[in-house]
Design a binder for this molecule. Structure first.
Ligand code: PRP
Ligand code: URA
Length: 211
């Protein structure tokens, strides 16, 4: 498994505002989207392309175009929805599938409540979006789901991760398909409630309000 932790002052600046508990939902939503766009640049570094021939106004030349089948972007509902626009802005030809997961706050185990994905993901490059990688349970379940449908190449983009969760994903993915994790920041630890410290609190609630 490859891990890339962003190291850019603009990303750190935006994450700092995102973490601030006084940042209101509209600003939080705008920042989550902007951060995703910045991280998409790194996350798509290995997006599959093919050589195409085009005519410029001056001559014929060869360039690259994103290959088919097109990349599949999978936001994990609810909080991953806050990153979707930031990704499709940069890769407008991507297809989008959905996985709905909620973590049981007693057991910290993820439960899948919705799924809208192609049945066959063989030969598809998949990009999973979820702002928080805490215990890693949700991301492991999401990647397992995609592998079970035939995907072999999954890149997950998370705004903030805990070292414990990242280690759990790494262990679960040993000997599995091709997995890359792109992070905005790797934080200190998880607290006793499974929240990332310092983190930003509950990403879904901060994006969309309490449920
Ligand atoms: C959050 C977050 C991840 C998950 C991370 O979602 O968006 O999906 O928790 O925790 P884990 O790494 O310990 O599994 P949550 O379950 O709060 O649902 P929501 O997006 O609907 O708010
Ligand atoms: N889910 C969140 O939204 N935040 C955390 O810190 C952990 C899980």
């Amino acid at each position: 498994m490859r891990v890339h932790v962003a190291d850019h002052p603009l990303i750190t600046h935006k994450l700092t505002v995102l973490r601030d508990k006084t940042t209101p939902s509209p600003t939080f939503r705008a920042l989550a989207e902007e951060l995703m766009t910045l991280l998409a640049y790194e996350a798509t570094r290995n997006v599959r392309t093919e050589v195409v021939t085009i005519q410029t106004p001056v001559s014929e030349t060869q360039g690259l175009a994103i290959s088919t089948p097109r990349p599949l972007v999978v936001p994990i509902l609810r909080a991953g929805l806050g990153m979707l626009e930031g990704m499709v802005k940069l890769v407008p030809t991507a297809e989008v599938g959905f996985l709905g997961m909620v973590r049981n706050e007693e057991t910290l185990q993820p439960e899948t409540y919705a799924e809208r994905l192609p049945d066959d993901l063989s030969n598809r490059q998949c990009f999973v979006l979820d702002p928080m990688l805490a215990t890693g349970g949700s991301l492991i379940a999401a990647i397992d789901f995609l592998f079970a449908r035939g995907a072999v190449d999954v890149t997950a983009v998370c705004l903030i991760a805990a070292p414990e969760g990242l280690a759990a994903v790494e262990k679960a993915m040993e000997g599995r398909g091709d997995v890359t994790i792109v992070l905005g920041a790797l934080d200190e630890r998880l607290n006793e409630h499974g929240y990332i410290v310092p983190g930003l609190g509950d990403a879904g609630d901060r994006l969309y309000g309490l449920v």
